[in-house]
Design a protein around this ligand. Structure first.
Ligand SMILES: Nc1ncnc2c1ncn2[C@@H]1O[C@H](COP(=O)(O)OP(=O)(O)OP(=O)(O)O)[C@@H](O)[C@H]1O
Length: 391
């Protein structure tokens, strides 16, 4: 099972530049969380602080009972084995092939034989659709492929905590849908605690159990995704809709003159762009591919949310109820679809190849419109690490 990560009163500065202060949140064990925030608000810095690559001045980060801000380097080395990290740029070694990059953590941290390493590496490369690219150097492939190779490497040690810094950057919408589905499938399979740093609103709307947002050096909120998506907080609403008008500016603080000018434009009926989507209309959370186990964290998350429900704003409560019933409907429809497929003599391998980017299977009425592009598929994550279709 995944490990809870508990952050309390964390503050980080570089010299006189404070990045964020007093950040407190808990990544619940096995749940998927997302961290949003305008560029430069310190999301990547936060992620690095979680694995002890950067050292906060104040506060604690408790992982598996150890405060990694204060532990010895030997303890930190052990704790890091629990993590799989996908860095923003993939952080691959430029002189090593994708195969060797992916094999690196296994050679560094385990005593596995080369033949075991080979089968694990090939399985993970296959998982991210790169089984034919193992010989390539990072400089010879696209940014999106580097990203996927970074994810393969992050998964080789079967981590209990997976941190992904912008898993979608450099990926087209179809591959973003596949990689999102892959993260949900991995979560269903190994119950790892996952934190995704992203600007991608579709990911934020459909993947995590919890969302937080950093803004003006603080954690504006962190909690069940419906709370942020229905928030009336101006910075949150502006961020979700991508509107130029609002508290978020090109630089972190919008100056008064710019704000006044925008107000005049708004009063004159001129808008600041953005999607104008209604984010309070909740899209059901992506479910594991049919044939995958249920996410154990779903039940735990639901139990936790139930306990705090009465403390949440009315519209968030309503959104939570709605999304719970939609998700139940999807699960039921998926189970019925699998039954029908099995009765027809289908192989039940959980990969229907529909590539719909949402629940990976049966279409339900209120499903988020994904893609039907079938040109490339990441195989569904499978128990025992055996990619679907190869079993
Ligand atoms: N090692 C470092 N030394 C000094 N300053 C740093 C260091 N790492 C990050 N920063 C600064 O911290 C701030 C936050 O950077 P960070 O990359 O965490 O932002 P972010 O929210 O992830 O941005 P983006 O969404 O654009 O990726 C930036 O001003 C950056 O210059």
């Amino acid at each position: 099972m995944g490990v809870e990560v508990s952050v309390e009163g964390l503050t980080k500065s570089f010299g006189s530049q404070n990045i964020w202060r007093d950040v407190t949140l808990t990544l619940p064990e096995g749940e998927v969380s997302a961290l949003l925030g305008p560029s430069g608000t310190g999301k990547s810095v936060f992620l690095k602080a979680l694995i002890g690559l950067l050292h906060p001045e104040q506060g604690s980060v408790i992982v598996d009972g150890t405060d990694i801000t204060k532990c010895s380097s030997k303890e930190l080395y052990e704790i890091r084995k629990l993590f799989g990290v996908l860095f923003q740029d993939g952080a691959l070694f430029g002189s090593m092939s994708l195969f060797d990059n992916t094999a690196f953590p296994l050679r560094e941290h385990t005593k596995k034989s080369e033949s075991d390493i080979r089968s694990i590496v090939m399985e993970k490369l296959d998982l991210v659709g790169l089984s034919d690219a193992g010989d390539k150097l990072p400089g010879e492939i696209s940014g999106g492929m580097r990203k996927r190779a970074g994810l393969a490497r992050a998964l080789v040690l079967d981590p209990q905590i997976i941190l992904c810094d912008e898993p979608d950057s450099g990926l087209d919408p179809v591959r973003t849908a596949y990689i999102s589905q892959l993260l949900i499938d991995i979560n269903a399979e190994i119950d790892a605690t996952i934190l995704i740093v992203t600007h991608n609103i579709n990911i934020a709307r459909t993947i995590p159990d919890n969302i937080g947002m950093l803004f003006r050096k603080e954690l504006v909120m962190f909690g069940p995704r419906e709370v942020l998506l229905t928030s009336e907080e101006p910075a949150v609403k502006q961020f979700l809709s991508g509107d130029r008008f609002g508290p978020i500016g090109m630089s972190e603080e919008k100056d008064d003159a710019t704000a006044a000018q925008e107000k005049e434009l708004e009063d004159a009926g001129i808008g600041g762009g953005g999607t104008k989507d209604d984010f309070s209309e909740i899209i059901p959370q992506v479910q594991p591919n049919p044939g995958m186990p249920e996410r154990k964290a779903s039940a735990r998350h639901r139990e936790r949310v139930e306990e705090m429900l009465h403390e949440l704003p009315e519209n968030a409560q309503q959104a939570i109820r709605e999304s719970q019933s939609q998700e139940d409907e999807i699960r039921r429809a998926n189970a019925e679809g699998m039954d029908r497929q099995n009765n027809k003599g289908g192989n039940g391998n959980g990969n229907n190849g529909g590539g719909n980017g949402n629940n990976g299977g049966v279409n339900t009425e209120k499903q988020y419109a994904g893609s039907n592009d079938n040109t490339e598929q990441f195989p569904a994550y499978r128990a025992g690490g055996n990619p679907a279709g190869n079993s």
